[in-house]
Design a protein around this ligand. Sequence first.
Ligand code: GLA
Length: 681
Amino acid sequence: MRRLPTRSTGTVRRRVVGAMAVAVLCTGGLVAVPASATPTAAQAEAPPAPDEGPALTPPMGFNNWNSTHCSADFDEAMVKGIADLFVDKGLKDAGYQYVNLDDCWALPSRDANGKLVPDPARFPNGIKAVADYVHSKGLKLGIYTSAGTKTCSDIGFPGALGHEYSDAQQFADWGVDYLKYDNCNNQGVDAKQRYTTMRDALKATGRPIVYSICEWGENKPWEWAGDVGQLWRTTGDISDSWGSMLSLMKQNLPLAQYAGPGHWNDPDMLEVGNGGMTDTEYRTHFSMWSVMASPLLIGTDLRKASDETYEILSNHDVIAVDQDPLGKQGTVVSSEGGRWVVSKEMKDGSRAVALFNESGSAQRIATTAKEVGLPSATAYAARDLWQHKDFNTAGTLAATVPAHGTVLLRVAADPKWAAYPPASELGLDEGVFVEPGAAAKVTATFTDLGRTPARDVAVSVSGPAGKGWAVKAAGPTRASEVPSGKSLRTRWTVTPPAGAATGAYDLTLRATYRSPQGTKVTSTVPVTASVATAPPSGASDLGDLPWLATSNGYGPVERNTSNGEDGAGDGNPLTIGGTVYAKGLGVHAPSSVDYYAARSCERVTAQVGVDDEKDTKGTVAFEVWADGKKVASTGVLTNSDAPQSLSADVTGAQVVRLVVTDGGDGVDSDHADWGDAQLDC
Ligand code: GLA
C-alpha cells in the first residue's frame, strides 16, 4: 500500500497513509537532550494538574488535517470559521469543544531564542490571538507537534524532542488546551521516554492540557500510556476510503479493555463529509467510532459541509453513546460473514448495539438482549438511533442492514416498554439474482419482534423507480394482526425488463402497521437485486467474466494484471514467485469479488499468492465462498511463498465469492493475485 513520499521517523521508516501502519523498529539510540528539556525551577514548582484529570469522556472537536493537510486552506480564517460554525450550527451544544490545529502551523525554523514561530502567512496574528478567539466562543484550542526532531510533514517543521519543557510552556502561554504529539523523526529514542517527558512538561506548565499520543499504536501505548496521555492512536493514519476506515475499526475493536475515562483508544479522526465514502458508510464510521468510545474529531471543512454531513455529525443519540460517562468501549458480540454485532455497556444499564454489515450486499443481522449483556426481562425498549424512534422487543434485535450500513440501537430493560410500538423485522429470505426478462421468485417476511401485536399490517415490494420492473404478489400482503413472534410471509415475483443491463438494482420493501395504542409505524428496507447472466458452460477465466460486486483495499480490482493501488489499469503482469499469469485477478486486501454462478457451476481453481512487485511485508490469505459458506482457504501466504494451487467445490452455488484477507497483520503491501483463476460450469 501507499507510503508518504519522503517523511521519516529518523530510523527505519515504515509510515503509511491509509489503512494500516506496520511496526517501526526504533533502534533505541539516544540523542543528546538539550538543557531546555529539563524543567526550570519555576516550572518544577508549578501546581500539579487537578486530580480529576481532563477527558473523562472521549474528546470531541475538530482537526484540520483530514480536509486540508498542509494546503493553504489551513489558516486563521479556517480555524475561526470552524469555531463560529461550532456555535452557529449547534455543534458546540452537541458536545464538540476542541478546535485543533494539525501539522504545518509553524515556520520551519525556531527563532533565535529557540521559540516556535507561527507561520505568518497562515496565522498573521499568532496562535494566542486564535486561542483567544476560540476561547471567546466558549471553545478550546488544540495544537500539534512531534516527539521527534521534526514533525511529519515533508517540509519538516520543528519537533519538540529535546525542547519539551520550553515548547509546552509556549503552548500554555498561548492558551492551548490540547496537544497532539506525533511520532516522526524520533531518532529512535524510546517512545515511553519521549511521551512521558512531554507529559511531565505539560504538567509543569500548570495548565490543564489534554494530551493526545500519536505514535500510531507502534509501541502498544494502551499497555503503558494510561497515566501518560488521555488518548493514544491505535493505528496508522485514516484516509477517506471504506477500506481504510474498516481496517482501522478492526484494529481498534480488540483493544476495548484498555479504554476508560481519561484514557481512550484513538483509531484516528473522522472522515465524515470528505466525499470518499457514501453517507451510509459515513453513518457506519460515526456509529462505530461512537460504539468504540473513540475521540470524535471532525475532519471535514465545515464551511463547505452538506446538510447530510451536519446531520450525521450532530446526531445527539449517537453522540450520547460515545460520551456515556461509564466510558466503556464496545466489544464484539459476534462477527461472521461480514455481520458484526458490537455492544457497549452504558452507565444507565442499557446497551448500545451496532448491527454492522461489512459486506457489499444487504443482509440480516441479528442478536438478542441476552447476548448483548442485558438482564432477563419480559420485554425491552429499543431506540433506533438513526431513525430516532422507540420500539418494544421481546428480546430479538434484528434488521436487514444495507451494504456497508449500520443499524444502531440503544436497548434497555425498561419497564415503560409497553408504551412503544412493537419492533419489527422485514427482509427477503434470500438474495435476488435474476436474468434479464426472467422472473425471480422471492419471499418477503415481516416479523413482529415485539411483545405486543402489530395491527393492520401491509407489506409491499417495489422495483427500481421508472425502470420497467414488474413486481407481483403471489399471496396475501396484509394481515389484520401479526402477534408477537409471528410473521407474515408473502411470495413475490420480480421481473426485470428483457433489456435490463446486468448490475445491481435497488428494490424497496415496505411495511406499515399500528401498535395496539394506534401509533403508526412505517418501515422501509432497501435490498439489492442483481441482474446477471449465467456463466457459459465449460471453463471461464474469472479475469474476463463479469462480476456482481467487488470491494478492495486500495484502488479497483484489476482484470488480468496486479493491483496498482490507485486508478484502474495501473498494475503489472500478475507474477507470483517468478511465474507470470496472463489471466486472473489482481486485488489488494481486504478484498472480495462476487460472481453469479447460477447454480450451474462446480469448481473454482486458481494459483494464488502475493504479487512479486511487493518486495516484503505482504501477508494475505485466500478464501473461496459459495453462497455465504467458506469452501476453501489457504493459510497465510507471504512474498516468499511460491504460488499455491487452490481448488474449491462450488457445486450448486448461486454466488461464488473470492476473498482475500490481510493475514492478520494489517493490509500493508498486501497485493494478492488470483493467477489463472477459472470457474468451471
Ligand atoms: C502523522 C499523523 C497524522 C497527521 C500528520 C501530519 O501522519 O499520524 O494524523 O498529524 O502526521 O503531518
